[in-house]
Design a protein around this ligand. Structure first.
Ligand SMILES: Cc1cc2nc3c(=O)[nH]c(=O)nc-3n(C[C@H](O)[C@H](O)[C@H](O)COP(=O)(O)OP(=O)(O)OC[C@H]3O[C@@H](n4cnc5c(N)ncnc54)[C@H](O)[C@@H]3O)c2cc1C
Length: 464
C-alpha cells in the first residue's frame, strides 16, 4: 500500500505532524514507523526491578511519543529555546506555530498557565546577579506538565490519531531511504531480521537524538545535504533543593548561558528538575548517559540539571558523533555500564569519590545506577575546565551551588551532530523528503520538534 505521508520516527515531531495532517485533511493515508513500541507498551523494567537492565531497545528513549513521553515536559513558548529553526523560517513563523502546538496541548487537557511572564523582586535580584557575573538569563514563558502529566497527554493524542486512522508500525528500525531521480519514494525498514518496504512521495524524517547517528548515515549514503553540527557534552548535577529554592520557586527553571573566560566556550544549563530524580539511559551499547526527570506526584529533596558545553569542531575533523561516543564508551568502561559519579568537593581536590565519602555529604543520590569515581579520567580537560568554571559562576547566582555536596553524574551528551540543509518548508534537497525535530540538527526541545513536524506537513498539504 502506498501512503500519502510517512513519518520515520513517531516522536514529538512525528505525532504532531501526523495530527496536523489528519486534522487538516482526513482523507490522507498517514503512516508512522518507529523503532520502539506503542506508547502503552513502553514499560521500563526498572519500574519493577529498581535498576536498569540494559534492554536492547530502551523503552524510555525509543517508542511512539519519543523522548517526550517520559520527559518532564517543560514546554517553552518562544523560539529562543528548544532549537534554532527560526534561522531558516524567521522568528514569527516559529512563535505562531508554537501557539498552534499549545492549542493542541489545550485540546487534550493541558490547561496549565505558563510561568515566567512577570518578574517579582526575587527574580529581578537573580537577573541582576546574572548581569553582574556575565551570565545570560534566557527568560521565556514555560508550561510545565510533569512526567506523569505528559504521559497522560500523549496517550490521549495517540488514541486520537488511531481513531483518525493513522497507521503505526512499531518495533521497526529504519534502515534505508528509497530515492529515485532525486525524489523520495519510501523507506526500507528491518523487522525481526526481515526487510520491509513502505512507500510514499512525502517522508518526514524525525528520529530524534536516539536516531541522529542513523540519520547522519542516511544523509551520507543517499546524498541528502548536511553539515556537521555541534555536540553538547557535560554533566548532570544534583544539589539539595534548598540551595536552588529561589530559582525553583520563582522560575521553575532558569536557563543560563555562559561563555567561559578560559576558552570562550559556550556553557549552558539545560532541563532542570526541581525535587526530581536522576536517570541513567542506555542509548547504545556502552553509551550510558545521565538524564533527569521530575514527577507531579513523586518528589525527592534534590534538584537536578545539566551543565553542557557546546563544542563545534573545525575542519578537517568531521566525526563529532564518534568523538562524543568515544567519551561515553570510556566512561562506561570505567563503570561497567553505569554513570560515573563524583562530588564537586572530590573533583576540586583531585580525588576520586567513593561510596564511603559520598555518605559523608548532606545529599543522597536519587539513583543507584552509578559508580563513584573520578570524572577527570573520562572527561576531556577542556570540557572539565569549562564545567568547573561554570559551576563557580553559577555559585555567584545561587550561593552554595559550588559546594562539596554538588554531585556530578557523567556523561550527559546531546547528540546533534548532523545539521541537515532544509528550506523554510523543512524540505531537504531530495524532493518530498522533510526533516524535523532533534535529528534534523535544528531542534533540541519539544516545542521546536512539534513546530517542524507541523511546518513540514503544511507544505505537504499544499500538494493535495
Ligand atoms: C529525559 C528527557 C527530558 C527532556 N525534557 C524536556 C523538556 O522538559 N522540555 C523540552 O522541550 N524537551 C525535553 N527533552 C527533549 C525532547 O524530548 C526532545 O527534544 C523531543 O522529544 C524531540 O522530538 P523528536 O520528534 O525530534 O525526537 P524524539 O521525541 O526523540 O522521537 C524520535 C523517535 O524516533 C524513533 N527512532 C529512533 N531511531 C529510529 C530508527 N532507526 N528507526 C525508527 N525509529 C527510530 C524513536 O523511537 C523515537 O520515537 C527531554 C528529553 C529527554 C530524553
Amino acid at each position: 500500500m502506498k501512503y500519502d505521508i510517512i513519518f520515520l520516527g513517531g516522536g514529538q515531531a512525528g505525532i504532531f505532524g501526523a495530527y496536523e495532517a489528519v486534522e487538516k485533511n482526513s482523507q490522507l493515508k498517514v503512516l508512522v514507523i518507529d523503532k520502539g513500541r506503542m506508547l502503552k507498551n513502553r514499560v521500563c523494567p526498572k519500574e519493577t526491578l529498581g535498576k536498569c537492565v540494559n534492554c536492547p531497545t530502551c523503552a524510555i528513549i525509543y517508542g511512539v511519543s519519543g523522548a517526550g513521553a517520559f520527559s518532564d515536559s517543560k514546554f517553552n513558548m518562544d523560539y529562543k529555546v528548544g532549537g534554532d529553526v527560526h534561522t531558516v523560517t524567521g522568528k514569527e513563523v516559529v512563535n505562531q506555530t508554537i501557539k498552534d502546538v499549545v492549542s493542541v496541548y489545550r485540546k487534550f487537557g493541558f490547561n496549565e498557565e505558563p510561568s515566567g511572564l512577570k518578574y517579582n523582586t526575587k527574580m529581578e535580584e537573580i537577573k541582576r546577579r546574572c548581569i553582574e557575573h556575565g551570565i545570560q538569563l534566557v527568560d521565556t514563558p514555560t508550561m510545565h506538565l510533569g512526567t506523569d502529566g505528559s504521559r497522560k497527554l500523549y496517550t490521549m493524542l495517540v488514541d486520537y490519531l488511531l481513531e483518525k486512522n493513522v497507521t503505526f508500525v512499531t518495533e521497526r528500525e529504519v534502515e534505508e531511504l528509497i530515492i529515485e531521480d532525486g525524489k523520495i519514494k519510501g523507506a526500507k525498514v528491518s523487522y525481526k531480521g526481515q526487510m520491509e518496504e513502505y512507500y510514499a512521495d512525502n517522508v518526514v524524517l524525525g528520529m530524534g537524538r536516539s536516531g541522529a547517528h542513523k540519520v547522519m548515515d542516511l544523509c551520507h549514503k543517499h546524498g541528502v545535504n548536511y553539515q556537521n553540527g555541534a555536540i553538547d557534552i557535560g554533566v548532570r548535577v544534583e544539589i539539595p533543593d534548598i540551595i536552588m529554592k529561589d530559582i525553583n520557586e520563582n522560575f521553575y527553571e532558569a536557563k543560563m548561558i555562559y561563555y567561559t573566560k578560559t576558552y570562550n566556550d559556550k556553557m549552558r544549563t539545560f532541563c532542570s528538575n526541581p525535587s526530581g530524580f536522576i536517570a541513567a539511559e542506555k542509548h547504545a551499547e556502552d553509551v550510558i548517559l545521565a538524564n533527569g526527570h521530575a514527577y507531579k506526584d513523586k518528589k525527592s529533596t534534590n534538584t537536578n540539571l545539566s551543565l553542557l558545553c557546546t563544542k563545534t569542531f573545525t575542519k578537517p575533523f568531521d566525526k563529532p558523533f564518534e568523538y562524543a561516543t568515544a567519551i561515553a564508551n570510556l566512561s562506561s568502561m570505567l563503570t561497567g555500564g553505569k554513570l560515573l559519579l563524583q562530588s564537586y568537593g572530590d573533583l576540586k581536590l583531585g580525588k576520586r569519590s567513593t561510596d564511603e565519602k559520598l555518605e559523608r555529604l548532606n545529599i543522597v543520590p536519587t539513583t543507584t545506577d552509578y559508580v563513584a569515581g573520578d570524572i577527570s579520567l573520562a572527561c576531556p580537560k577542556r570540557i572539565l575546565d569549562n564545567i568547573m568554571e561554570f559551576i563557580e559562576a553559577h555559585d555567584k547566582i545561587t550561593p552554595g551551588f559550588a559546594s562539596a555536596d554538588l554531585l556530578l553524574y557523567f556523561p550527559e551528551i546531546k547528540f546533534r551532530s548532523t545539521r541537515m540543509e532544509i528550506d523554510k518548508n523543512m524540505m531537504t534537497n531530495i524532493e518530498g523528503l522533510y526533516a524535523a525535530g532533534d535529528s534534523s540538527g535544528y531542534g533540541s526541545g519539544l516545542n521546536i520538534a512539534a513546530v517542524m513536524g507541523m511546518l513540514a506537513v503544511r507544505h505537504i498539504l499544499t500538494k493535495y
